[in-house]
Design a protein. Structure first.
Length: 277
């Protein structure tokens, strides 16, 4: 196997992160979304920090697997809709949605697939995973879930598009449609029955169960494991034309009156008044 063009420098690992905790123990990297005050919802700056962690996992030859979790009661509540509403109220786009911003990356850029990560990840679902939080969990190859956790997708409920194509391929199709069209929820035992997660355990055992799976992964050949993950990613990839169409739809819907009304209604804790019936 060809050597990397430049050796990995540990000094370049992410440091002084504000919204994500990142640490390494042996061959395992731990990525913990750390915004418990907003149930680990993600905004432009959190996306940047997550992306730096995924990149570092991919570059560090001593890391074989990552464990992803959240601080507090939630895994990730999806995008930070209040952050979004604040920018809309000022007539602006959020930094990651503004082509003139140095943080521009439509969709946020905080998901493992955004850096084409070829190392396995284990989602330790300590609480609910919604929207982009669910997308991150589904991009992890292995998943452990707390007994009281659940998954859902709230994009259409706040006038946004999200990534329904990803859910439609990662989940049973009827389940994906239930989550995206009906804003439904799936409890932990339902996820286990449908093969969406590998284990369901008490909340205080979630990270430990993920570490047990990580130890199994670390006993296998890193090169063979990464080849498997790369293959999984290729199988789950979408044609460029579909990705471009999805990005177009996401941007188009975000800029409609429904896109702005959904964020405003969420912030004001009221029922949205949809315009485009």
């Amino acid at each position: 196997m060809a050597k990397p063009l430049s050796p990995y420098d540990p000094a370049n690992a992410p440091k002084n992160l504000e919204f994500v905790r990142y640490e390494k123990k042996g061959h395992v990297a731990y990525v913990t979304i750390d915004r418990p005050e907003v149930r680990n919802a993600l905004h432009s700056y959190a996306y940047v920090e997550l992306r730096s962690c995924w990149r570092d996992i991919g570059l560090d030859p001593n890391i074989y697997v990552g464990i992803v979790s959240g601080t507090g009661q939630a895994f990730c509540a999806g995008r930070d809709v209040k952050f979004l509403a604040k920018y809309f109220a000022e007539g602006k786009r959020t930094p990651h949605e503004d082509p003139n911003s140095p943080l521009f990356f439509w969709g946020g850029g905080g998901q493992p697939q955004d850096v084409k990560l070829d190392k396995p990840l284990i989602a330790a679902l300590n609480g609910f995973a919604v929207g982009v939080g669910l997308n991150i969990a589904l991009q992890c190859q292995l998943r452990v879930m707390a007994e009281d956790a659940w998954i859902g997708d709230q994009h259409t409920n706040v006038g946004r598009y999200g990534a329904p194509h990803e859910l439609y391929t990662a989940l049973p199709r009827a389940t994906a449609a239930y989550l995206t069209l009906c804003n439904g929820r799936l409890a932990a035992q339902e996820c286990l029955q449908q093969g969406i997660v590998n284990r369901v355990v008490p909340k205080d055992k979630v990270v430990g169960a993920a570490e047990e799976l990580a130890a199994m992964v670390c006993r296998s050949s890193p090169l063979a494991v990464q080849a498997c993950v790369r293959t999984y990613r290729m199988v789950a990839s979408f044609p460029a034309s579909l990705m471009e169409y999805a990005r177009h739809l996401d941007q188009e819907i975000a800029e409609t009156s429904d896109g702005q009304e959904g964020a405003a209604a969420f912030q004001e804790k009221r029922e949205p008044q949809w315009q485009l019936r």
